[in-house]
Design a protein around this ligand. Structure first.
Ligand SMILES: Nc1ncnc2c1ncn2[C@@H]1O[C@H](COP(=O)(O)OP(=O)(O)OP(=O)(O)O)[C@@H](O)[C@H]1O
Ligand SMILES: [Mg+2]
Length: 241
């Protein structure tokens, strides 16, 4: 579904993403992990069109999308969440999600259709708050769910979830992880899930890719990752320190 080849992103002289290549297969949940600053969010920003690659290719269903604008990529079926949720604070919960539905359809749906889709995805992410309430009072877990609802409302075939469940307690983390699994099953979408802690992700994903200092250092099954000396050194070693 997605083929990333030789992706490079520099910020000045700093190589944030260095010759990264991987594929995402239709229907899978792929974990993209690595320590803080290893280039995970930057990789998402390159795929989703929030940043332009310096070089490399990104093909979605066979078509090159590298360097296209974010709205163009979204409307081809790639939805993404942001690591730091920034909802429109003056809009209600449901208005935030309905706006995402409009955005995904380039405004070609009615207000009623957008509201209905918003209500559906809010139900799916199990956000148990008054949909007409302001987003101001939402805690970390609820903001993550709202962020997921906004991404789903755009109608993605491929969801890039920059979760970083670090701000959540263990029970919330567990629920957030299983929610992604449920959503894949219910919507039949493909998911790439970014996380810097290994924990619960390893039990939910089909395959995992590990980044370190902008380079891919591992690709394979979660159980293999946990036993890989390089992964243990750069990743588990740090995480357990
Ligand atoms: N816009 C930017 N300008 C300059 N440097 C940046 C920019 N965005 C990211 N970086 C740097 O690129 C590196 C990779 O950042 P990135 O956000 O991709 O890491 P990450 O793997 O998502 O980390 P985390 O687990 O903390 O979210 C970091 O050193 C970061 O400081
Ligand atoms: Mg990040």
């Amino acid at each position: 579904m997605l083929a990333v080849e030789g992706l490079v992103k520099r910020f000045g002289g700093f190589l944030a993403v260095n010759q990264v290549s991987f594929e995402v297969r239709a229907g899978e949940i792929l974990g993209l992990i690595g320590p803080n600053g290893s280039g995970k969010s930057t990789t998402f920003n390159l795929i989703a069109g929030n940043l332009r690659p310096n070089s490399g290719s990104i093909r979605f269903n066979g078509k090159e999308i590298g360097g296209q604008s974010a709205h163009t990529i979204c409307r081809q079926g790639i939805g993404r969440t942001f690591q730091i949720p920034r909802p429109f604070r003056r809009l209600s919960v449901i208005e935030n999600v309905a706006l995402a539905a409009y955005y995904g359809e380039a405004g070609r749906i009615s207000r009623g259709q957008a509201q209905r889709r918003a209500a559906e995805v809010l139900d799916m992410v199990d956000l148990a708050v008054d949909p007409t309430a302001s987003t101001a009072g939402l805690g970390a877990a609820a903001l993550k769910k709202l962020e997921l609802a906004r991404a789903l409302a755009t109608g993605p075939k491929l969801l890039l979830a920059d979760e970083s469940l670090g701000g959540l307690d263990p029970a919330e983390m567990e629920r957030a992880a299983h929610l992604l699994g449920d959503i894949r099953g219910r919507l039949g979408i493909t998911i790439v899930w970014v996380e810097h802690i290994m924990g619960v992700l390893m039990r939910v994903v089909d395959r995992v890719i590990v980044l370190d200092h902008g380079e891919k250092i591992f690709e394979g099954r979660p159980a293999q990752a946990a036993a890989d000396p390089r992964v243990i050194e750069v990743y588990l070693g740090k995480a357990q320190a």
